[in-house]
Design a protein around this ligand. Structure first.
Ligand code: FES
Length: 566
């Protein structure tokens, strides 16, 4: 007997299938849906609107447009909510809740009677969570992103969240702008619905979703408030109905090859370091690893082509107008796996064989004329980070790539907050700032890796220093910042026992980050070290007990490699 579809799929277990189907039909009719429509294939629409998520403000309109497309193509749309992760409204950090949302998505997609699902998300953690959940749920799925914000204006200068948030805040800290000006800037940084306007994490994940083949071609960069975004939503609804007839589950789309393609695009767009963690988690759901060596190989072969903040000057609205992800893929064509298939059923080769439109070369450079000949992100290893660390070289200061300096260690974020602006802090411009106990287990891995320049140095004009942590940093941030040190301090390892005054050596050329302390001394220090206490109840306890390290994408150990139970 063929598997039940539509409303008959996955019946509630009463011990009587026919009764369960009868009951479900009867309750569905109470929603005022005609029996004819109830017989159609069902497309679920996973939505995450929230009064605590500005980036999802346009979700009702998008849901309506997706529904329109589903109905037009002969399906029955059914929107359903999941939790919503508004980046700046969550404490201690949205990262702690990405896996919770991924579980919510996976279980609700699997538990409810839908033949395919459209995932609408945008803010940093929502697209990773939706793709992780969909990969594990095993139903045909399409990602639709909410799209980026438009820019604001301040004294004739374009502003967009959140590279400019950081730039202006640094000026305010250094005393070069006053309280009135920073208050005026506050009202111009995030001026429309949508996700952060630069190539931060949300934009990087949108481009990755398209490069993986999980979003329709051409949809990643359309601004949230552009009419084309609604058309993309309608088309996404239609495509979801087509998927029902020709089931292409995420495991056929997210493969080693498409993950490679996504990594290449991430490098070429100068994308966020966070995207490495999220891509590792998405791929990990299908048993695909993302070793540092692969990241470095792809980074070394792939030029940075897209001139957006924080690496360059433009904003996502410029990328949309410049030719969008399609223009980037065309430039990278010779490096891509062209046999990868997307949710529209076409191979990448078929997509790129279509004529490309006009490209604004100020924003998307030709392969032969890159912004940088190598990719934006590199992996590091060494005695300070035996399991790896990440540096966004495209947003760093090349003069700081080959240095050795004295460590100035902050034990945790409270310690950092207490001492960073202390006029008596023993710190010099060529020191290396270290923040530990901000990793996944210790703190949920907040975006605390962008340590501020100590107040007295900032006022003296110091703009960048080498900073090292087991935390993440916002994709909109910049500086010579080594992140995701693994193992994190809370699970032991050399990072747990580095002390102020130790020497640290960074070599981007050799991909090394080393603690210049001999092994015997590190072992001696570790023998006297004890781990911090873990929470004992609720989600925090589950998180801390089961979260994996950054190289495994900070997924839960019991969720990786998961397959559909269908
Ligand atoms: Fe949502 Fe930046 S706060 S994308």
């Amino acid at each position: 007997m063929p598997d039940p579809k539509g409303l008959e799929r996955g019946l509630t277990n009463y011990g009587d299938r026919d009764f369960a189907a009868f009951l479900r039909r009867s309750f569905a009719r109470s929603m005022g849906i005609s029996p004819a429509l109830l017989k159609r294939p069902i497309v679920g629409i996973a939505v995450a609107p929230s009064g605590f998520n500005n980036c999802h403000r346009s979700m009702p309109e998008l849901t309506e447009a997706v529904s329109r497309g589903v109905l037009a193509a002969g399906g029955l749309p059914r929107a359903f909510p999941t939790i919503s992760l508004g980046e700046v409204f969550l404490a201690p950090t949205s990262m702690m809740f990405r896996n919770l949302m991924a579980m919510d998505v996976e279980e609700m997609v699997r538990a409810q009677p839908m033949d395919a699902v459209v995932l609408i998300g945008g803010c940093d953690k929502t697209v990773p969570a939706q793709l992780m959940g969909a990969a594990s749920a095993g139903r045909p799925a399409i990602q639709l992103v909410t799209g980026p914000m438009m820019t604001g204006r301040h004294r004739g200068v374009r502003l967009g969240a959140c590279t400019d948030c950081r730039g202006y805040w640094a000026k305010y800290r250094a005393g070069t702008i006053d309280a009135d000006e920073i208050a005026a800037v506050e009202g111009e940084l995030a001026v429309t619905a949508g996700t952060c306007a630069v190539m931060g994490t949300a934009s990087s994940m949108a481009c990755i979703a398209e490069a993986l083949g999980m979003a329709l071609p051409g949809t990643a960069a359309i601004p949230a408030v552009h009419s084309a975004r609604l058309v993309a939503a309608e088309e996404t609804g239609k495509a979801a109905v087509r998927l029902v007839g020709h089931p292409l589950t995420p495991d056929r789309i997210i493969t080693e090859k498409s993950v490679d393609n996504a990594l290449r695009v991430l490098m070429a767009i100068g994308g966020s370091t966070n995207a490495i963690v999220h891509l590792a988690a998405i791929a990990g759901r299908l048993g695909i690893a993302l070793p540092l060596e692969r990241i470095n190989r792809i980074s070394d072969e792939t030029p940075v082509l897209v001139d957006l903040k924080p690496v360059g000057d433009g904003y996502m609205e410029d990328l949309h107008a410049a030719g969008a992800v399609g223009a980037v893929l065309r430039e990278l064509r010779g490096l891509l796996h062209l046999d990868c298939i997307g949710v529209d059923g076409a191979t990448l080769a078929e997509r790129l064989d279509q004529p490309g439109g006009w490209v604004d070369r100020r924003i998307v450079r030709e392969f032969a004329d890159p912004i940088s000949p190598v990719g934006g992100i590199v992996g590091l290893r060494g005695s300070l980070a035996p399991d790896g660390a990440i540096l966004k070289r495209a947003a760093a200061t090349p003069a700081l790539f080959e240095v050795e300096g004295r460590a100035v260690v902050f034990d945790d974020m409270e310690d950092l907050g207490r001492r960073i602006d202390d006029p008596d802090l023993d710190v010099l411009p060529n020191d290396i700032l270290v923040l530990r106990n901000a990793g996944p287990q210790a703190a949920g891995m907040p975006e605390a890796g962008y340590l501020p320049i100590p107040g007295k140095l900032a006022r003296a004009g110091v703009k960048d220093m080498v900073r090292v942590s087991d935390a993440r940093m916002s994709g909109t941030a910049y500086g010579t910042i080594v992140l995701h040190v693994a193992p994190e301090a809370a699970v032991g390892g050399p990072f747990a026992v580095v002390r102020s005054g130790d020497r640290i050596a960074l070599s981007v050329a050799r991909r090394r980050i080393d603690l210049m302390v001999d092994d015997a001394e590190i072992r001696r220090r570790l023998s006297a070290w004890s781990p911090p206490p873990l929470p004992t109840r609720g989600y925090a306890a589950l998180y801390r007990r089961t979260v994996l390290q950054a190289p495994q994408g900070c997924d839960f150990d019991f969720l990786t490699g998961a397959r559909s139970r269908d």
